[in-house]
Write a protein that binds this ligand. Structure first.
Ligand SMILES: [Zn+2]
Ligand SMILES: [Zn+2]
Length: 293
């Protein structure tokens, strides 16, 4: 179930990509009565974000919160035979259904009289808690500090200093074997150095797996940027970033990064537009699940 990214408050069926417009928060109001709140950043910003039925048609859309409307209250009942759930409106006892029992992407979501058909059955999948919270990441990798170590010490991903690297230049950060092992004083994670090592390191801290592990999806398709989500690693223009949030316009996002502007400086919450980086986009590692912390 997908809160359409078109700013029209419509709710649709769409192929899974795991971005915020496919994430929902379920709030219990009373015994088996729930509200479903879209996490789409645009609808979050608008406040019109609650899964609601129309009083006049069979439309299902997003609407502003109302403490009394039964149009945005739902019974969620387990079908014990197959582990699916039926989601029934308290407004008129109709249930959530994919229009015309479509199995394609895109299809509208509506309400209909319950028939027990598969088009009225839903699974819930819990988004795991990240291994490290955003606050903990910001505390251990503080904005304005430098992700480096003294060249006389060995490489350390946990070394944070107050002074900029002084040696950056073509080739100087590779060892004699051509490997970015961090001996130069820039921190390296798994032979990825500076921005690249930082983004891969923060990804590992967040999810517990490396970007090259099977839980991550790799893509060189720039249209992947339309589905960017918190937790993704992006490489563009010779620079790597870790996505920490999506803005309400859904086409700009906020990153944590190192080595942008100053040598190996750590920065949090710089805004990037997907349109500004499409031309120089190289690849994305899509995180195993959306980073909500
Ligand atoms: Zn270096
Ligand atoms: Zn450096």
């Amino acid at each position: 179930m997908d809160a359409e990214n078109a700013g029209n408050f419509n709710v649709i069926q769409y192929n899974y990509h795991g971005a915020l417009n496919q994430a929902w928060k379920i709030e219990q109001i009373s015994t088996n009565v729930y509200r479903l709140e879209s996490q789409n950043p645009y609808y979050q910003y608008q406040g019109r974000k609650y899964l609601s039925v129309s009083e006049y048609t069979d439309d299902v859309d997003l609407f502003y919160i109302n403490s009394t409307y039964t149009t945005q209250r739902w019974n969620i009942t387990l079908n014990s035979s197959d582990g699916t759930f039926t989601i029934k409106s308290l407004w008129d006892n109709k249930v959530l259904q994919v229009e015309n029992s479509s199995t394609t992407s895109t299809a509208d979501i509506i309400k209909a009289t319950s028939t027990g058909s598969n088009s009225q059955k839903w699974y819930f999948e819990k988004i795991p808690t990240p291994k490290t919270s955003k606050i903990a990441l910001e505390n251990s990798l503080p904005d304005g500090k430098f992700w480096n170590h003294s060249p006389s010490d060995s490489n350390s991903v946990t070394s944070i200093r107050s002074s900029e690297c002084t040696h950056h230049g073509t080739g100087v950060c590779k060892n004699a074997n051509g490997v970015y092992d961090g001996a130069c004083g820039c921190n390296s994670y798994s032979n990825s150095i500076q921005c690249n090592g930082f983004a891969k390191y923060i990804a590992k801290l967040t999810f517990g797996t490396d970007v090259w592990a099977s839980a991550w999806d790799y893509s060189e398709d720039e249209t992947s940027l339309y589905f960017v989500k918190p937790g993704d690693y992006i490489r563009y223009n010779g620079h790597s970033v870790f996505v920490v949030d999506i803005n309400p316009d859904v086409y700009t996002f906020l990153v944590a990064e190192c080595n942008f502007g100053q040598d190996c400086v750590i920065k949090w919450y710089r805004t990037i537009s997907i349109y500004d980086i499409m031309d120089t986009f190289t690849h994305i590692y899509k995180s195993p699940y959306v980073f909500i912390s």
